[in-house]
Design a protein around this ligand. Structure first.
Ligand SMILES: Nc1ncnc2c1ncn2[C@@H]1O[C@H](COP(=O)(O)OP(=O)(O)OP(=O)(O)O)[C@@H](O)[C@H]1O
Length: 517
């Protein structure tokens, strides 16, 4: 039995009673592997030598909360990834605050724990082949926590979708989507449930056999919605993936993860970033949902690979994604249902080529009613919207069009190749359009072809997890406009070159944003 001590308040026994519960109920669906497992405590010198002194050669990448290094441990028998966070539970400097996107009352994102402590606490209780599992931790002399997790040698799903010279085919995309869905479902099926809150393609890593693993539990919350901890943790997530209905702690549910998964599924289908200012509308939801409503399924497929030979595969994937991003959380499917749908789709993707021959030679063939329009609320709204006009369209799409700070737009209709530049939020100010139907109506009107309005060249960087801004004015904005994002250069960010996206739901204005509100 391993025992992990993070700090006096949050000492964690890996033999948690919750895990005993699950061990007693082995038949639970997709039960995470909650067998007791050892969490190692590494010495700092051990990790230092395993990463060649945290050298540039060992550097794997940088996230919102710190840097990640490849570590060779146990005489080469164990390769791991070490996350060195930029904040400690005792740190107080403004720089550290801004690195952690913390509000100005605490340097912690979750009620007294830093993202690193939070990740250790959550991952020490769950273990699953679909997750980037915890191997151990280390506390350095400045009380900073270093997290040691399984090393994922094949990069992230983000890189695979957006930077790979050989974009994955449909079989692989559906397999990856199913693996991620299973990972999320296993979190939601835990007792108490774990809500990840930061599902996105850069947090899906690929293991040595190219299977998807969900990682980065820095923002995850473990508990029931009524638990104090969940109720007191302000909203956080990443722009483009964040559930627009998640405006206050009480709004959080597993359905927020379902929304983010829906965005990820649209990204997998289309190869488009969640937010891409090279397109109008920049939000993948605003772009894809109107096309899905009008049955233009081929229009949302990644043009680098084209639609799947069996149109029902794309239809089912698209409708599933549209259901996940429904604006009403209760109408979104549970992850268990998402897994079932993807399993069925997966079987169709794998169906032998001759099963499609009927259609190819012109023989009429009914698509399998796996996810029919009738079963999908989107169809109801489609029918309503055609009666009520485009103003109704806004109700379906949860994340409305992002508003560009600059209005300079190139020639409408001019085709712009899909840019690999990363849809981010650095140079732009984004808000939920107060008239979201306008964007969507335009999208529908020109739906026969992909919308391609050339935007000013903006070099973008990867969307980052965001923290919390405390602002009454922004809260008012949120209420008045439905929901509002502000993306600005944050002068407090220090050496992080990323601009930070902040969403405010509380009292005191954040210095960096005050002037922009
Ligand atoms: N276990 C791992 N194995 C290999 N590479 C990893 C591992 N974990 C993270 N990385 C890489 O390190 C980089 C930083 O990861 P990290 O999770 O800290 O941030 P992120 O997900 O990119 O951004 P954010 O913190 O905003 O969510 C990423 O490029 C990621 O691919």
């Amino acid at each position: 039995m391993g025992y992990l001590s993070c700090n006096a308040e949050s000492a964690i026994a890996t033999c948690d009673p919750y895990n005993w519960d699950r061990i007693k109920k082995p038949k639970l669906r997709n039960k995470p592997n909650n067998k007791l497992f050892k969490i190692r405590e590494f010495s700092h010198s051990e990790l230092e030598s395993a990463t060649n002194g945290f050298s540039a050669q060992s550097f794997l990448g940088k996230g919102s909360h710190g840097s990640v290094y490849r570590a060779v441990l146990d005489d080469g028998k164990l390769i791991a990834a070490v996350k060195r966070t930029t904040i400690s539970s005792t740190s107080t400097t403004p720089e550290e605050h801004s690195h952690a996107f913390c509000n100005n009352r605490t340097n912690c994102n979750n009620n007294g724990t830093t993202p690193a402590e939070n990740e250790i606490e959550i991952l020490s209780r769950i273990r699953n082949p679909r997750l980037v599992n915890l191997l151990g931790f280390c506390v350095d002399s400045k009380e900073k926590k270093l997290i040691v997790v399984e090393f994922m040698p094949n990069g992230s799903l983000y890189d695979l979708l957006h930077s790979s010279p050989r974009p994955p085919g449909w079989t692989r995309r559906v397999r990856l989507a199913l693996q991620i869905a299973k990972a999320v479902e296993s979190l939601h099926a835990s007792n108490p449930p774990v809500i990840h809150r930061d599902i996105k393609s850069s947090n899906v890593l690929l293991d040595q056999t190219w299977n998807a693993r969900l990682g980065d539990f820095g923002l995850a919350l473990r508990g029931h919605v009524e638990d104090v901890r969940v109720r007191c943790t302000p909203p956080a997530g990443t722009l483009g993936y964040l559930d627009p209905g998640y405006l206050a702690p009480a709004d959080l549910s597993t359905k927020s993860d379902v929304f983010s998964f829906g965005i990820l599924l649209l990204e997998i289908i289309s190869g488009r970033n969640a937010i891409d200012v090279n397109y109008s509308p920049p939000s993948v939801v605003d772009w894809a949902v109107p096309l899905i409503r009008y049955g233009e399924f081929a229009g949302i497929c990644d043009p680098r690979i084209g639609p799947h030979g069996d149109p029902s595969v794309i239809r089912q994937l698209a409708v599933l994604a549209a259901r996940c991003v429904r604006s009403t959380a209760e109408k979104r499917p549970a992850m268990a249902e998402v897994v079932d749908c993807l399993k069925t789709i997966s079987k169709r993707v794998h169906a032998p080529i001759w099963s499609n021959l009927g259609r190819r030679v012109g023989r009429e063939r009914k698509p399998a009613p796996l996810i029919t329009w009738e079963a999908c609320d989107v169809s109801e709204e489609m029918a309503k919207s055609s009666k009520l006009g485009n103003r109704r369209n806004r109700k379906v799409s949860s994340v409305s069009g992002a508003e560009l700070e600059t209005k300079t737009i190139g020639t409408p209709g001019e085709r712009v190749p899909r840019s690999k530049s990363i849809g981010s939020v650095s140079e732009i100010k984004m808000g939920l359009d107060p008239n979201p139907g306008v964007n969507q109506a335009a999208a529908v009107g020109r739906r026969k072809h992909e919308l391609a309005v050339k935007m000013p060249v903006v070099r973008l960087s990867k969307s980052r997890s965001m923290g919390v801004l405390q602002s009454t004015r922004l809260q008012v904005h949120c209420k008045e406009r439905g929901f509002m994002f502000k993306v600005v250069k944050n002068p407090n960010v220090g050496d992080l070159d990323e601009s930070k996206l902040l969403i405010g739901l509380d009292k005191e204005p954040h210095k960096g944003l005050e002037s922009l509100m």
